[in-house]
Design a protein around this ligand. Structure first.
Ligand SMILES: Cc1ncc(COP(=O)(O)O)c(C=O)c1O
Length: 373
């Protein structure tokens, strides 16, 4: 079998950062020299850079996406007694942020054959208590925003886009994060725009909402010595903001490189028996945060690939409705059949900017060998 000796990592951050390391070092050294570690000018600069890049009026940088989601909901007045609809096949923080506000998480199933929320299921879950809908642009593929926004408008419910895995993805030409009432981003190191630790941001067409989030993330203060509300300490470090501004300039190119890799995977695996490739809905330009395939014997396939030196990931092995923390919701796996089935079958293949054709071929040759067994 061709290429099996090659070890292929799931991600390779060093390969990506190496391309801009001198610029990052200059930017970070400048912060260290001036010791402006908290709310230094680089934070405002990064917020400006990101807002300009995506065509939004303002961005608020925070310490991670979980807190971005939580503070955005809190700023919208969401709390105990309210309900927020999202999907069960997402990273735990999407639901965790809802729970942290005191609101009830309501899980809606995903569209058959896809990984994002099914607008028909949203309609079924709306009650007078529903105060937000959080579609997740999972794996870097936009959710069905036209239908989701029209449901939100019809019921006057704000849509908060979870863009943690999708920075730079487009829907009908628009960047994700520019369509809803608010949007939240993650700069976790392995995200498409990642930092050297945790980081996050939110944006909204409503600049008052952005100010409220900034205030909450900065101890509830309106100026240095005036605290209007009880907030928290959830700022983005200056040193990370300096690095993020450098990397943001590369983001579209890095995302294009992921698209090259995804196209190659798709081509090499298209005739592979029992493998289901991820379908891209019309109008979506994904950024392939992860490249996911489905296989009924996913665990065996992952173990086989591991033996060949190929690392894989799981996004996610268990629906959040099946997690102990949400047992009180009383949901059975069959209540959310599409998400439950997806979680049992998904496997994420190595995907990162600068992954070589040789590495991709090593992965696909091994998958073909497994499928031929
Ligand atoms: C879809 C999704 N939402 C939210 C988050 C939370 O992001 P963070 O780790 O920056 O808090 C993640 C991160 O894994 C994610 O993938």
């Amino acid at each position: 079998m061709k290429g099996v000796a090659l070890k292929v990592p799931f991600a390779d951050l060093a390969r990506q950062f190496k391309t801009v390391m001198p610029e990052i070092q200059t930017a970070m050294t400048s912060v260290i020299d001036r010791c402006a570690f908290i709310n230094g000018p680089e934070v405002k600069q990064f917020e400006k850079d990101m807002a300009t890049w995506m065509g939004m009026p303002e961005v608020c940088a925070v310490s991670n996406c979980t807190v971005a989601l939580e503070l955005t909901m809190q700023s919208m007045g969401i709390g105990p007694g309210d309900e927020v609809i999202t999907v069960p096949n997402t990273a735990f923080p999407t639901a965790e942020a809802i729970s942290l506000t005191g609101a009830q998480v309501v899980f809606a199933d995903i569209k058959p054959g896809y990984f994002s929320i099914d607008p028909d299921q949203i309609e079924k879950k709306i009650t007078p208590r529903t105060k937000a809908i959080i579609p997740v642009h999972l794996f870097g593929i936009a959710a069905d925003m036209d239908r989701i926004l029209s449901i939100g408008n019809k019921h006057s419910i704000p849509v908060i886009e979870d863009c943690a895995q999708a920075q730079g993805a487009r829907y009908k030409g628009n960047y994700v994060g520019t369509m809803g009432a608010a949007a939240c981003f993650s700069f976790f190191p392995s995200k498409n725009l990642g930092t050297f630790g945790d980081g996050g941001a939110m944006t909204s067409p409503d600049t008052e909402l952005i100010k409220k989030v900034w205030r909450l993330a900065n101890h509830g203060r309106s100026d240095k010595f005036t605290h209007q509300v009880v907030g928290t300490n959830s700022r983005l470090d200056t040193i990370k903001a300096a690095q993020l501004s450098v990397c943001l300039r590369q983001l579209d190119a890095w995302n294009a490189d992921r698209r090259r890799a995804a196209a190659l995977y798709g081509d090499l695996l298209k005739d592979c028996r029992n493998i289901i490739l991820t379908k891209v809905p019309e109008g979506c330009e994904p950024i392939w945060h992860v490249y996911v395939i489905r296989h009924k014997r996913r665990d065996e396939l992952a173990a086989f690939l591991k033996k060949q030196g190929i690392d894989t990931g799981l996004h996610y092995p268990l629906g959040l409705h099946q997690q102990p923390v949400y047992a009180h919701l009383g949901l059975k796996p069959e209540d959310l059949p599409e998400a439950t089935a997806a979680c049992a079958e998904v496997l994420s293949l190595p995907m990162f900017p600068f992954i070589t054709e040789e590495e991709i071929t090593a992965v696909t040759d091994s998958i073909k060998a497994f499928c031929a067994l």
